[in-house]
Write a protein that binds this ligand. Structure first.
Ligand code: GLA
Length: 350
């Protein structure tokens, strides 16, 4: 195996088709070798956590301001990765303006209380908070780091058929509980106002290949499109080696593109519980076929803005924690070597 530092550049191989990206944690900033690997292989980056509402909202500042509709924000973490991106000339995806997860409880309470049983804010107040939050974030990013962010994940994971809600909306979400479905167009309307020219607005979700979920997402996207609010469908792409169905991914990608939307794969990894030779080869085979399929779509004229891995090496994957078993889902091993999967992906570009 060859070191990630010496392996041919992944993003250069795919330049005619789409950007190749990676999600990064702030640890990157303290690890010069990892930063070098990122600069060599990726021409798009995503913050894994640093741009989520919980990393941006400042409760002490908000309480001090005393405005029930307008939270105070702290951009320390956001700026650290944006500075890295700007200084290294790598465009960023902003992930994510609205999500039911990793958003503090107090943001949803009437007087910004931290207790879960405190009275919730009214729908009207929540929609005002949402608009203020989105406009403040976008204004800060576009003013302090002009030209660095090229796409915004405006809403993450609003559809979940398993929860059986109307239109298959995710009902176990504080956004749904307090505003019904209205948070979705409200978030995109604010984002459209806050976006700089050329920035795309993305709806992002997992299992977007699943036919039932796909059809629910398509219905929702059409309602946003009626107001010209969405540009890109973000298919997360957290796959599992034993069940990844590439034909299903292709069908779903084609149906989102048929709406006239651009595509991104935003959080690619393939869970693989073993790292022995057979598992490495199986992973390589799947990654190779998956990338060939994506390249075919791009060659047909479907606009794929980027394909982003969720992590750089197996050492920084979220999957062992999530799956409670070992996982070796990425192209670079924990000791920063290019795995057979890397070679397979590179060959798919040829
Ligand atoms: C989801 C989110 C990401 C991240 C991953 C797992 O897909 O969109 O921000 O939290 O889960 O790490």
């Amino acid at each position: 195996m060859i070191s990630a530092l010496q392996a041919p550049s992944l993003f250069k191989a795919f330049e005619p088709c789409f950007r190749v990206g990676a999600a990064l944690s702030s640890r990157l900033l303290a690890d010069p070798e990892l930063a070098q690997i990122v600069c060599r292989h990726f021409n798009s980056i995503t913050a894994d956590n640093q741009m989520k509402p919980e990393s941006v909202l400042d409760r002490a500042g908000t309480l001090a301001r005393g405005d029930s509709r307008h939270a105070v924000l702290d951009f320390t973490r956001v700026d650290a990765l944006l500075s890295f991106a700007r200084d290294n000339g790598i465009p960023m995806r902003f992930h994510t303006l609205l999500w039911h997860n990793q958003t503090p409880v107090w943001f949803f309470r009437e007087n910004w209380e931290a207790e879960t049983d405190a009275p919730p804010a009214s729908k009207e107040v929540m929609l005002a908070r949402l608009e203020n939050y989105i406009l403040d974030v976008m204004n800060h990013v576009n003013t302090a780091f002009p030209g660095v962010v090229y796409t915004w994940d405006v809403v993450n994971e609003a559809i979940e058929p398993d929860q059986g809600g109307p239109g298959f909306y995710r009902t176990r979400s504080p956004w749904f509980a307090l505003t019904g479905q209205d948070f979705l167009p409200a978030a995109f309307r604010a984002a459209r106002r806050g976006a700089a020219p050329g920035q795309t607005l993305c709806y992002n979700d997992y299992n977007a290949f699943d036919p039932v979920k796909r059809d629910a997402i398509l219905r929702m996207l059409k309602t946003l499109q009626a107001e010209n609010l969405v540009d890109t469908m973000g298919m997360q792409g957290h796959y599992v080696l034993s069940s990844l169905d590439i034909a299903q991914c292709e069908t779903a990608a084609r149906s989102y593109a048929a709406l006239g939307l651009k595509l991104q794969v935003t959080e690619l990894d393939i869970h693989c519980a073993s790292d022995d030779e057979a598992a490495r080869e199986a992973l390589a085979g799947l990654y190779g076929s998956w990338f060939s399929m994506m390249k075919k779509l791009s060659r047909e004229g479907i606009c794929i803005e980027a394909v982003t891995f969720w992590g750089v090496t197996d050492a920084d994957s979220w999957l062992p924690g999530f799956r409670r078993e070992p996982s070796f889902p990425l192209l670079f091993s924990a000791d920063r070597q290019a795995k057979p999967a890397f070679d397979a992906v590179l060959s798919a570009a040829e």
